[in-house]
Design a protein around this ligand. Structure first.
Ligand code: 5GP
Ligand code: ZN
Length: 113
């Protein structure tokens, strides 16, 4: 399968990995939109949030849990941060292996563009 995030997870291509455990990998976004911009991905290939199944509920919970733990570890829990899943065309999803963006370190506007 030609999936760039599977290749990052399997270390077939280089990335700046900042977190990993048996289920998840976290790495710095190659094109950061804020001082902190990390992508948390499951090792399991799931193309988009719509295709998450009930068997994945724990995995998705862990994805969110580890992202907020990491945010706390680097002190973002005080200033705040944003967790984002872009899903499909209108949201601008570009990589079809689900990933949770952890974005922080600057003031963000709402609604998003
Ligand atoms: P999406 O729009 O799909 O939610 O976001 C995909 C994100 O993946 C973008 O922020 C983009 O900069 C990042 N990205 C795409 N290719 C690579 C890559 O090869 N390495 C890393 N570290 N990030 C990537
Ligand atoms: Zn993949």
């Amino acid at each position: 399968m030609d999936c760039i995030f599977c290749k990052i997870v399997n270390k077939e291509i280089k990335s700046d990995i900042i977190f990993e455990n048996e289920n998840l990998v976290g790495f710095n976004d190659i094109n950061p939109v804020a001082p902190t911009h990390i992508l948390f991905v499951p090792r399991k290939h799931i193309d988009r949030l719509d295709n998450v199944e009930s068997e994945d509920i724990k995995l998705i919970g862990e994805l969110i849990f580890q992202a907020k733990e990491y945010a706390k570890k680097i002190g973002l829990n005080n200033s705040g941060y944003r967790l984002v899943f872009n899903t499909g065309k209108d949201a601008g999803q570009a990589v079809f292996h689900i990933h949770l963006h952890l974005i922080g370190g600057r003031l963000m506007s709402w609604p998003p563009g």
